[in-house]
Design a protein around this ligand. Structure first.
Ligand code: AMP
Ligand code: GLY
Length: 423
């Protein structure tokens, strides 16, 4: 079977890595891919947002299955376009992907179906948002409605930052049309956890739980990023939290999407905040998380192609999805300056021998002459498995020690919250 993976980050490298393990896959293409993916797949120079280009490629090369990594093509309707052309593709339709593409829609559906989440208000007018914030005060969370590459959410600890967020989103239009509407939310406290699930629109099969590390620096300091590391499973996601997440969040949400005429097939990602009162939804995403996909896919035992086919044939309930009884930890190595502006083209040293049980997934890398150089903010995701979280942490950081590039920075405390909980 010939497979096309759309995207070119760490998540897509993990998808390519996992698909390559399938005996059913004979050839993998990745668009656009990166220097690491190029060792596992044929990278083609088509951007993830160029749906017509991808469709032409898939038709011409008789691609049997396309797997979409990022949110942008999903929200632009890549799945609808491929299906209209008679091609098999894994991911939610445009209408279903809108649970990530519009925070307003996602909040409205949660409110309508009683899915636990932060209380909120929607604004189209900056003056009204401003007076509302002055009334409720800080802390609060201000979110641009549309896609903003992970940058459209501002957790405002004081009123001035909240008002500044409104200006940035609605007046300065820092996120373009994504900021035509915004959501102001109650600020939730607790510990975050990511639950990804496979669904064919009827059955919902959760993956192993994981936890992202959003802030740039150790001890959750510094600006928000796309994610500086992740581990799985997450001890905060207890059996009781799991039961409630399935009953109160994932199953009702998939049913709600059916009722709304937005049948959801693919991976649904629930970002949760957990406290004593239980789990509440911070956000839904329409895809695998990045970097959550890296540890989660390393622990997936079952052939991903079998799972995807079961979803496309609406028989997900008939297959058993198995997980390794292990833990995995991914440490992201980032460019100096990230998540702000950063340089590119720094030579990466020490990629040769990551060690046993370690995979170095590439995110922002490129090949230059005979060397591999940095080409993005998040550069590598060093991911290790082990019998438990402490050993996976040890293996991941031992592998990190071997790698170097000018300006490289990373978090030294990936997995710390898990260690505190299992202590
Ligand atoms: P999102 O892109 O919606 O996941 O938001 C990015 C990050 O902002 C989340 O991972 C949380 O750390 C934080 N966040 C979002 N919504 C809230 C909320 N209502 N309360 C507290 N933190 C939030
Ligand atoms: N790691 C967060 C996300 O993928 O949205």
């Amino acid at each position: 079977m010939k497979v096309l993976v759309v995207g070119g980050g760490g998540r897509e490298h993990a998808l390519v890595w996992k698909l390559k393990l399938s005996p059913r896959v004979t050839k993998i293409y990745c668009a656009p891919g990166n220097a690491g993916i190029a060792r596992d797949a044929d990278c083609i120079n088509i951007s993830a947002g160029d749906i017509q280009g991808l469709l032409d490629f898939a038709l011409k090369n008789k691609i049997d299955l396309t797997v979409v990594g990022p949110e942008v093509p999903l929200n632009a309707g890549i799945v609808d376009r491929f299906e209209e052309a008679g091609l098999k593709i894994f991911g939610p339709s445009r209408l279903a992907a809108e649970i990530e593409g519009s925070k307003v829609l996602s909040k409205e559906i949660m409110a309508k179906y009683g899915i636990p989440t932060a209380s909120y208000a929607v604004f189209t007018d900056p003056a009204e948002a401003t007076s509302y914030i002055k009334r409720i005060g800080a802390p609060c969370v201000v979110k641009a409605d549309g896609l903003a590459a992970g940058k459209g959410v501002i957790v405002a600890l004081d009123e001035e930052s909240a008002l500044e967020a409104v200006r940035s989103i609605m007046v300065d239009k820092d996120f373009g049309v994504s900021g035509e509407r915004l959501v102001v939310e109650e600020c939730l406290v607790g510990e975050e956890v990511s639950i990804l699930a496979f669904t064919d629109g009827v059955s919902v099969v959760p993956m192993i739980s994981s936890q992202d590390h959003k802030r740039a620096y150790d001890h959750d300091q510094g600006p928000n990023t796309g994610g500086m590391g992740a581990y799985a499973p997450a001890p905060v996601y207890t059996a009781e939290v799991h039961r409630r997440t399935m009953e109160e969040i994932l199953i009702p949400m998939v049913r709600a999407m059916n009722d709304e005429g937005r049948t959801y097939r693919g991976v649904i990602y629930a970002g949760l905040m957990v406290d004593e009162s239980g789990p509440k939804v911070l956000e839904f995403n329409a895809r695998f998380g990045d970097p959550e996909a890296q540890p989660v896919l390393m622990l997936l035992e079952t052939d991903l192609v079998d799972i995807i086919e079961a979803i496309l044939d609406s028989r997900l309930e008939q297959i058993e999805i198995k997980w390794k009884d292990q833990a995995a930890v991914c440490v992201v190595l980032a460019s100096g300056g990230y998540p702000g502006s950063y340089g590119k083209g720094k030579v990466i040293y020490g990629l040769e021998e990551p060690g046993e049980h370690v995979v170095v997934f590439h995110a922002g890398t490129a090949a230059q002459d005979d060397e591999i150089v940095t080409a993005g903010g998040r550069v590598l995701g060093v991911t290790a498995t082990g019998p438990d979280i402490p050993s996976a942490i040890e293996r991941a950081y031992a592998a990190v020690e071997k790698i170097h590039f000018d300006g490289m920075h990373y978090r030294h405390d990936v997995g710390r919250k898990a260690l505190e909980r299992i202590k």
